[in-house]
Ligand binder design. Structure first.
Ligand code: FAD
Length: 270
Protein backbone atom coordinates (compact mmCIF):
# COMPACT_ATOMS: atom_id res chain seq x y z
CA UNK A 1 0.00 0.00 0.00
CA UNK A 2 1.33 3.40 -0.95
CA UNK A 3 0.54 4.80 2.51
CA UNK A 4 2.55 2.22 4.44
CA UNK A 5 5.52 2.45 2.02
CA UNK A 6 5.56 6.22 2.50
CA UNK A 7 5.35 5.97 6.29
CA UNK A 8 8.32 3.57 6.45
CA UNK A 9 10.52 5.95 4.42
CA UNK A 10 12.53 8.20 6.76
CA UNK A 11 11.45 11.81 6.21
CA UNK A 12 14.05 14.61 6.44
CA UNK A 13 13.48 16.52 9.64
CA UNK A 14 12.06 19.96 8.91
CA UNK A 15 14.04 22.43 10.97
CA UNK A 16 11.95 24.78 13.04
CA UNK A 17 12.64 28.42 12.13
CA UNK A 18 15.61 29.92 13.93
CA UNK A 19 14.85 32.58 16.52
CA UNK A 20 17.35 35.35 15.70
CA UNK A 21 18.42 38.25 17.89
CA UNK A 22 19.31 41.71 16.62
CA UNK A 23 22.70 43.08 17.67
CA UNK A 24 22.35 46.43 15.90
CA UNK A 25 20.27 48.32 13.35
CA UNK A 26 21.68 51.22 11.38
CA UNK A 27 20.31 53.63 8.79
CA UNK A 28 22.50 52.64 5.83
CA UNK A 29 21.06 55.39 3.63
CA UNK A 30 17.96 57.58 4.17
CA UNK A 31 15.58 54.86 2.93
CA UNK A 32 17.45 51.67 3.85
CA UNK A 33 17.90 50.12 7.28
CA UNK A 34 20.50 47.41 7.85
CA UNK A 35 19.59 45.01 10.64
CA UNK A 36 22.43 42.83 11.93
CA UNK A 37 21.61 39.59 13.72
CA UNK A 38 24.19 37.84 15.89
CA UNK A 39 24.56 34.82 18.12
CA UNK A 40 24.69 31.04 18.21
CA UNK A 41 21.28 30.63 16.50
CA UNK A 42 23.15 31.47 13.27
CA UNK A 43 25.35 28.38 13.54
CA UNK A 44 24.95 26.02 10.61
CA UNK A 45 23.86 28.64 8.09
CA UNK A 46 25.91 27.83 5.00
CA UNK A 47 28.52 30.42 3.99
CA UNK A 48 28.40 32.04 0.54
CA UNK A 49 24.63 32.53 0.40
CA UNK A 50 24.75 36.32 0.01
CA UNK A 51 21.93 37.21 -2.41
CA UNK A 52 19.83 34.18 -1.43
CA UNK A 53 16.40 34.84 -0.03
CA UNK A 54 15.08 33.91 3.38
CA UNK A 55 11.79 34.12 5.25
CA UNK A 56 11.48 36.39 8.26
CA UNK A 57 8.71 35.67 10.78
CA UNK A 58 7.66 38.73 12.70
CA UNK A 59 6.46 38.92 16.30
CA UNK A 60 3.18 40.70 16.98
CA UNK A 61 3.45 44.16 18.51
CA UNK A 62 4.40 43.77 22.18
CA UNK A 63 4.73 39.96 22.00
CA UNK A 64 7.44 38.69 24.35
CA UNK A 65 10.28 36.42 23.23
CA UNK A 66 9.02 33.36 25.10
CA UNK A 67 5.54 33.55 23.63
CA UNK A 68 6.95 34.15 20.15
CA UNK A 69 9.37 31.23 20.51
CA UNK A 70 6.44 28.96 21.43
CA UNK A 71 4.47 30.25 18.43
CA UNK A 72 7.35 29.40 16.07
CA UNK A 73 7.14 25.79 17.24
CA UNK A 74 3.44 25.33 17.76
CA UNK A 75 1.84 27.85 15.38
CA UNK A 76 -0.08 29.62 14.14
CA UNK A 77 2.40 30.82 11.52
CA UNK A 78 3.43 34.40 12.33
CA UNK A 79 3.32 37.15 9.72
CA UNK A 80 6.07 36.22 7.27
CA UNK A 81 7.97 38.28 4.70
CA UNK A 82 10.72 37.48 2.18
CA UNK A 83 14.13 39.17 2.41
CA UNK A 84 17.69 38.68 1.13
CA UNK A 85 20.86 37.69 2.94
CA UNK A 86 23.12 40.69 2.32
CA UNK A 87 26.15 39.46 4.30
CA UNK A 88 26.86 36.45 6.46
CA UNK A 89 30.08 36.56 8.50
CA UNK A 90 30.44 32.93 9.51
CA UNK A 91 33.37 33.46 11.89
CA UNK A 92 31.63 36.22 13.83
CA UNK A 93 28.19 34.60 13.46
CA UNK A 94 26.67 37.81 12.12
CA UNK A 95 24.09 38.20 9.38
CA UNK A 96 22.90 41.44 7.71
CA UNK A 97 19.52 42.05 6.12
CA UNK A 98 18.78 45.37 4.40
CA UNK A 99 15.20 46.66 4.59
CA UNK A 100 14.00 49.24 2.06
CA UNK A 101 11.74 51.73 3.81
CA UNK A 102 8.45 52.45 2.07
CA UNK A 103 5.40 54.49 2.87
CA UNK A 104 3.01 51.53 2.85
CA UNK A 105 4.77 50.58 6.11
CA UNK A 106 3.86 46.89 6.16
CA UNK A 107 4.74 44.82 9.23
CA UNK A 108 8.31 44.03 8.09
CA UNK A 109 9.12 47.68 7.41
CA UNK A 110 7.60 48.70 10.75
CA UNK A 111 9.54 45.96 12.56
CA UNK A 112 12.87 47.04 11.00
CA UNK A 113 12.17 50.70 11.76
CA UNK A 114 11.81 49.95 15.46
CA UNK A 115 14.44 47.17 15.67
CA UNK A 116 17.37 47.55 18.04
CA UNK A 117 19.67 45.39 20.15
CA UNK A 118 17.63 42.53 21.64
CA UNK A 119 14.80 42.66 19.08
CA UNK A 120 14.00 39.23 17.67
CA UNK A 121 12.30 37.51 14.73
CA UNK A 122 12.07 34.07 13.15
CA UNK A 123 14.26 33.08 10.19
CA UNK A 124 13.95 30.24 7.67
CA UNK A 125 16.35 29.55 4.84
CA UNK A 126 18.47 30.66 3.13
CA UNK A 127 17.63 29.45 -0.37
CA UNK A 128 20.30 28.91 -3.00
CA UNK A 129 21.87 32.05 -4.48
CA UNK A 130 20.04 33.57 -7.44
CA UNK A 131 22.95 33.56 -9.88
CA UNK A 132 25.07 30.57 -8.99
CA UNK A 133 27.34 30.44 -12.05
CA UNK A 134 28.80 33.37 -13.92
CA UNK A 135 29.07 32.28 -17.55
CA UNK A 136 28.08 35.38 -19.52
CA UNK A 137 29.92 37.66 -21.90
CA UNK A 138 27.76 40.50 -20.59
CA UNK A 139 25.58 40.99 -17.49
CA UNK A 140 22.43 43.03 -17.01
CA UNK A 141 21.58 43.89 -13.40
CA UNK A 142 18.60 46.07 -12.56
CA UNK A 143 16.16 46.85 -9.81
CA UNK A 144 14.66 49.16 -7.25
CA UNK A 145 15.55 49.61 -3.57
CA UNK A 146 14.12 46.20 -2.62
CA UNK A 147 16.47 44.61 -5.18
CA UNK A 148 19.64 46.36 -4.03
CA UNK A 149 20.62 43.50 -1.66
CA UNK A 150 20.39 40.76 -4.32
CA UNK A 151 21.90 43.00 -6.99
CA UNK A 152 24.80 44.12 -4.80
CA UNK A 153 25.55 40.56 -3.66
CA UNK A 154 25.50 39.35 -7.28
CA UNK A 155 27.75 42.17 -8.51
CA UNK A 156 30.19 41.49 -5.69
CA UNK A 157 30.32 37.77 -6.52
CA UNK A 158 30.99 38.29 -10.25
CA UNK A 159 34.39 37.56 -11.74
CA UNK A 160 36.43 40.77 -11.60
CA UNK A 161 36.74 40.87 -15.40
CA UNK A 162 32.95 40.75 -15.91
CA UNK A 163 31.34 43.31 -18.22
CA UNK A 164 27.84 44.69 -18.20
CA UNK A 165 25.40 47.31 -17.00
CA UNK A 166 23.58 47.88 -13.71
CA UNK A 167 20.57 50.21 -13.54
CA UNK A 168 19.02 51.12 -10.20
CA UNK A 169 15.99 53.20 -9.28
CA UNK A 170 16.42 54.76 -5.85
CA UNK A 171 14.18 56.93 -3.71
CA UNK A 172 16.67 59.76 -3.13
CA UNK A 173 20.12 60.68 -4.39
CA UNK A 174 21.56 59.77 -0.98
CA UNK A 175 20.27 56.19 -1.35
CA UNK A 176 23.17 55.33 -3.68
CA UNK A 177 25.32 52.61 -2.19
CA UNK A 178 28.97 51.74 -2.61
CA UNK A 179 28.96 48.37 -4.33
CA UNK A 180 32.17 46.51 -5.14
CA UNK A 181 31.10 45.79 -8.72
CA UNK A 182 33.60 44.75 -11.39
CA UNK A 183 35.11 47.77 -13.14
CA UNK A 184 33.66 46.65 -16.46
CA UNK A 185 30.07 46.97 -15.17
CA UNK A 186 28.70 50.47 -15.79
CA UNK A 187 26.56 51.61 -12.86
CA UNK A 188 23.55 53.90 -13.42
CA UNK A 189 21.49 55.40 -10.58
CA UNK A 190 18.16 57.01 -11.38
CA UNK A 191 15.79 58.78 -9.04
CA UNK A 192 12.27 57.48 -8.59
CA UNK A 193 11.03 59.22 -5.44
CA UNK A 194 7.65 57.52 -5.15
CA UNK A 195 7.86 53.77 -5.81
CA UNK A 196 4.04 53.52 -5.60
CA UNK A 197 3.80 55.43 -8.87
CA UNK A 198 4.50 52.95 -11.70
CA UNK A 199 7.75 53.72 -13.50
CA UNK A 200 8.26 52.92 -17.16
CA UNK A 201 11.82 54.22 -17.05
CA UNK A 202 13.46 50.88 -16.23
CA UNK A 203 11.91 49.24 -19.27
CA UNK A 204 12.84 52.19 -21.52
CA UNK A 205 16.47 52.14 -20.36
CA UNK A 206 16.80 48.39 -20.82
CA UNK A 207 15.27 48.63 -24.27
CA UNK A 208 17.62 51.50 -25.17
CA UNK A 209 20.75 49.53 -24.27
CA UNK A 210 23.25 48.72 -26.96
CA UNK A 211 22.61 45.00 -26.85
CA UNK A 212 25.92 43.15 -27.24
CA UNK A 213 26.78 39.93 -29.04
CA UNK A 214 27.33 36.83 -26.93
CA UNK A 215 25.80 35.22 -23.88
CA UNK A 216 23.86 37.48 -21.52
CA UNK A 217 22.87 36.72 -17.92
CA UNK A 218 20.57 38.89 -15.83
CA UNK A 219 19.83 39.61 -12.20
CA UNK A 220 16.70 41.77 -12.15
CA UNK A 221 14.17 42.32 -9.36
CA UNK A 222 11.63 45.09 -9.01
CA UNK A 223 7.95 45.92 -8.67
CA UNK A 224 5.84 43.24 -10.36
CA UNK A 225 4.42 45.41 -13.18
CA UNK A 226 7.92 46.47 -14.25
CA UNK A 227 9.07 42.86 -14.12
CA UNK A 228 6.21 41.71 -16.32
CA UNK A 229 7.21 44.15 -19.07
CA UNK A 230 10.92 43.32 -18.78
CA UNK A 231 10.30 39.59 -18.74
CA UNK A 232 8.35 39.83 -22.00
CA UNK A 233 11.18 41.85 -23.52
CA UNK A 234 13.94 39.46 -22.41
CA UNK A 235 12.21 36.17 -23.11
CA UNK A 236 10.07 36.99 -26.14
CA UNK A 237 11.91 39.78 -27.94
CA UNK A 238 15.51 38.94 -27.00
CA UNK A 239 14.87 35.18 -26.70
CA UNK A 240 17.14 34.83 -23.67
CA UNK A 241 16.97 31.35 -22.12
CA UNK A 242 15.15 31.23 -18.78
CA UNK A 243 18.16 29.59 -17.14
CA UNK A 244 20.23 32.70 -17.86
CA UNK A 245 17.66 35.19 -16.60
CA UNK A 246 17.03 35.71 -12.92
CA UNK A 247 14.09 38.11 -13.09
CA UNK A 248 11.59 38.35 -10.25
CA UNK A 249 8.76 40.54 -8.98
CA UNK A 250 9.69 41.44 -5.39
CA UNK A 251 6.48 43.30 -4.50
CA UNK A 252 3.37 44.67 -6.18
CA UNK A 253 1.79 48.09 -5.93
CA UNK A 254 -1.33 47.89 -3.74
CA UNK A 255 -0.83 44.31 -2.50
CA UNK A 256 0.69 42.96 0.70
CA UNK A 257 3.25 40.19 0.21
CA UNK A 258 0.83 37.30 0.93
CA UNK A 259 -1.57 38.55 -1.78
CA UNK A 260 1.30 39.05 -4.22
CA UNK A 261 2.72 35.56 -3.56
CA UNK A 262 -0.71 34.03 -4.12
CA UNK A 263 -0.96 35.72 -7.53
CA UNK A 264 2.54 34.48 -8.41
CA UNK A 265 1.53 30.93 -7.44
CA UNK A 266 -1.61 31.09 -9.60
CA UNK A 267 0.33 32.52 -12.56
CA UNK A 268 3.00 29.81 -12.25
CA UNK A 269 0.32 27.09 -12.16
CA UNK A 270 -1.60 28.38 -15.20
C1 FAD B 1 12.96 36.85 -3.17
C2 FAD B 1 12.68 38.21 -2.52
C3 FAD B 1 13.69 38.88 -1.84
C4 FAD B 1 13.44 40.14 -1.26
N1 FAD B 1 14.46 40.79 -0.61
C5 FAD B 1 14.24 42.03 -0.08
C6 FAD B 1 15.29 42.71 0.64
O1 FAD B 1 16.39 42.19 0.88
N2 FAD B 1 15.04 43.97 1.09
C7 FAD B 1 13.83 44.58 0.89
O2 FAD B 1 13.65 45.73 1.32
N3 FAD B 1 12.80 43.93 0.26
C8 FAD B 1 12.99 42.69 -0.21
N4 FAD B 1 11.97 42.01 -0.84
C9 FAD B 1 10.68 42.71 -0.96
C10 FAD B 1 9.84 42.57 0.31
O3 FAD B 1 9.56 41.18 0.55
C11 FAD B 1 8.50 43.31 0.09
O4 FAD B 1 8.75 44.67 -0.13
C12 FAD B 1 7.53 43.12 1.24
O5 FAD B 1 6.24 43.40 0.74
C13 FAD B 1 7.80 44.04 2.42
O6 FAD B 1 6.93 43.70 3.46
P1 FAD B 1 6.13 44.77 4.33
O7 FAD B 1 5.60 44.02 5.50
O8 FAD B 1 6.98 45.97 4.58
O9 FAD B 1 4.94 45.26 3.38
P2 FAD B 1 3.56 44.47 2.93
O10 FAD B 1 2.71 44.25 4.13
O11 FAD B 1 3.94 43.28 2.14
O12 FAD B 1 2.90 45.58 2.03
C14 FAD B 1 2.34 46.80 2.55
C15 FAD B 1 2.20 47.84 1.43
O13 FAD B 1 3.49 48.29 1.04
C16 FAD B 1 3.68 48.15 -0.37
N5 FAD B 1 5.10 47.76 -0.59
C17 FAD B 1 5.69 46.57 -0.32
N6 FAD B 1 6.99 46.61 -0.63
C18 FAD B 1 7.25 47.84 -1.12
C19 FAD B 1 8.42 48.48 -1.62
N7 FAD B 1 9.62 47.86 -1.68
N8 FAD B 1 8.32 49.76 -2.02
C20 FAD B 1 7.13 50.42 -1.98
N9 FAD B 1 5.98 49.86 -1.52
C21 FAD B 1 6.03 48.58 -1.09
C22 FAD B 1 2.70 47.06 -0.80
O14 FAD B 1 2.32 47.23 -2.15
C23 FAD B 1 1.54 47.30 0.16
O15 FAD B 1 0.69 48.29 -0.34
C24 FAD B 1 12.16 40.75 -1.38
C25 FAD B 1 11.13 40.04 -2.04
C26 FAD B 1 11.39 38.79 -2.60
C27 FAD B 1 10.27 38.06 -3.30
Amino acid sequence: MAGSAASSTPQPERRRPRLLTVSRAVRLTPNMIRVTFAGPELEGIPAGREGANCKLMLPALGQDREAFSAQLTEGPRPTTRTYTVRHFREDELELDIDFAMHEGEGPATAWARSAGPGSFCGFAGPSQTKVAHFLADWYLVAGDMSALPVAAATLEAMPRNAKGVAIFEITSEADRQDIAAPEGVRMHWRLHPDPKVPSGAQESSVRALDWPEGRVQTCIADESGIIKALRTFLHKEKALPRDDTYISGYWKIGLIEDEHQEIKRLEAAS
